[in-house]
Design a protein around this ligand. Structure first.
Ligand SMILES: Cc1cc2nc3c(=O)[nH]c(=O)nc-3n(C[C@H](O)[C@H](O)[C@H](O)COP(=O)(O)OP(=O)(O)OC[C@H]3O[C@@H](n4cnc5c(N)ncnc54)[C@H](O)[C@@H]3O)c2cc1C
Length: 452
């Protein structure tokens, strides 16, 4: 374990998790973290709420400054340093100091690649205009906030109906902008079930978002450095600010150039110790794939939760430990105005293409005792495997308490529970939180009958 020189590339979620864990497991190891930007450990997931003003102080999104990581965790943090090359045969990196402009070599015995992902682009001229933004970093967050306060935009076009698009609809509408969401399909939030997606549209429209479907963006018309018109197959749209939320792609250029093997999803492939195909090189986070616990197959699931967990495993093993990351299920949620939308496990399309014979069940029930003030309804769409009776996935949406129920179902999925087993769970009954028969029990009881 002694004498290890560990390098980590990337300072957002997976990288700091790996570096801190490596140092904890092996305090004698020398750990250096390289990050191209000036920020590490940034809570980008909270960025829409800083933009909306719900979080008043954007600087609170920084959970660790480089100084704190150095002082408290004893990690050599090099912000403003871009890793240009990994040379596995020599076990060294070529690093460019972005402030000084010089490049140097950095030797390692073990390496963690945590280069993350980049937002997808339209590939059209005009994307670099001063009022067109992605939201993927602290720089983006600050730039959007600055533009909003300096230019006082009154209309926004958001392109892309994934969860970040949803969060930005709410953020900009709450700031008083007129918001139009352009989406290339007929429903937003691909991967959720049809009924859930239709409810998302109702929620958006009832709060005044103009949702335009089946849109192909053709061009962004720039005038004096700003985009004012967006030409599409569905007509032209005007905007003072444009947000692109088109999804992300894994940053694998460095790893690919070092001949590290990619998995079937196009992200870096690893084993359950987060080890890549190259000796002593680990990968974690949005640049790598994870094993889907239900299908056993690799999947690409760029989430902070997985980046941190996989980062820990990569860091521990780089430091000489023997930790494993057995895989994950999808567990994600988004708040859209007054409703919570959550998904755990497989979608029905994924389950069918994985070869399961799927039984779907939908219930809507009160999330708290119905006569309690503020009690709202929650809908659970659950998917079961006909032959084993095991739960494969669920969408849960509605008022307060929906996400927490999805979490319970997520645990059930991870542990392979059947509808019968779920219907016997001891769940809390307390009027302010849950009725006597929790919606989860109502759903499992109904599914049990269908599965007979
Ligand atoms: C607006 C928004 C909201 C989100 N909300 C949620 C949420 O609610 N829940 C959730 O689980 N996830 C959420 N996510 C996703 C989550 O933020 C990502 O999954 C997570 O940040 C991935 O962390 P990472 O460290 O793998 O990669 P990244 O965050 O992409 O970071 C990679 C880092 O590596 C650096 N880097 C890359 N290449 C180099 C190089 N060659 N040299 C030096 N540095 C390099 C980059 O500058 C970057 O800082 C959200 C993402 C966004 C954008």
């Amino acid at each position: 374990m002694k004498g290890r020189t560990i390098a980590v590339i990337g300072g957002s979620s997976a990288g700091p998790a790996a570096a801190a864990k490596a140092k904890r497991v092996n305090p004698a190891a020398e750990v250096t973290l390289f990050e191209a930007s000036e920020t590490v450990s940034y809570g980008i997931c909270e960025a829409p709420y800083a933009i909306s003003g719900l979080i008043a102080d954007e600087s609170k999104l920084v959970s660790y400054t480089p100084e704190r990581l150095r002082e408290e965790k004893n990690i050599a943090v090099r912000t403003g340093h871009y890793v240009e090359k990994i040379i596995p045969s020599k076990k060294h990196l070529v690093v460019k100091d972005l402030r000084g402009g010089t490049s140097f070599e950095h030797a390692y015995t073990h390496l963690v690649v945590a280069t993350g992902s980049s937002p997808r682009t339209l590939g059209l001229p005009g994307e670099k205009s001063r009022n067109v933004f992605h939201l993927a970093s602290r720089e983006d967050t600050v730039a959007i906030m600055r533009y909003c306060s300096e230019a006082s935009p009154s209309s926004a076009v958001i392109i892309g109906g994934g969860y970040i698009g949803m969060e930005m609809c709410e953020a900009l509408l709450r700031k008083g902008l007129d918001v139009t969401l352009l989406h290339r399909h007929s429903l937003p939030m691909a991967g959720l079930e049809q009924e859930t997606r239709e409810t998302v549209v109702q929620e958006l429209e009832s709060h005044g978002v103009h949702f335009v479907t089946n849109v192909l963006v053709e061009s962004l018309y720039e005038e004096r450095g700003s985009v004012r018109h967006i030409a599409t197959n569905r007509g032209s749209f005007e905007a003072d600010i444009v947000i692109l939320s088109l999804g992300v792609a894994p940053n694998v250029r460095l790893a690919r150039a070092a001949k590290i093997r990619m998995g079937p999803t196009g992200a870096i492939g690893t084993d359950e110790r987060q080890q890549t195909s190259a000796d002593g090189i680990y990968a974690a986070g949005d640049c790598s794939e994870v094993r889907n616990m239900i299908t056993g197959k690799p999947m690409y699931l760029p989430l902070a939760t997985l980046a941190s967990r996989a980062g820990w495993v990569a860091g521990e093993n780089a430091a000489g430990g023997r930790e494993v990351f057995k895989g994950a299920i999808r567990a994600m949620a988004v708040k859209i105005f007054d409703r919570e939308f959550a998904q755990v496990g497989l979608s029905s399309a994924e389950a069918r293409s994985a070869g399961f014979s799927v039984v779907t069940d939908t219930i809507t029930a009160y999330a708290k005792v119905g006569i309690m003030p503020g009690s709202g309804k929650t809908t659970i769409i659950s998917l079961y495997d006909k032959s084993s009776g095991k739960i494969l996935g669920a969408n849960v949406f509605g008022g307060e308490g929906s996400v927490l129920r999805a979490n319970t179902l997520g645990v059930a999925i991870q542990h392979g529970l059947t509808a019968d087993a779920i219907s016997r769970l001891d769940l809390i009954y307390a009027p302010p939180f849950a009725p006597l028969w929790d919606p989860i029990l109502v759903s499992a009881n109904q599914a049990r009958k269908k599965l007979k």
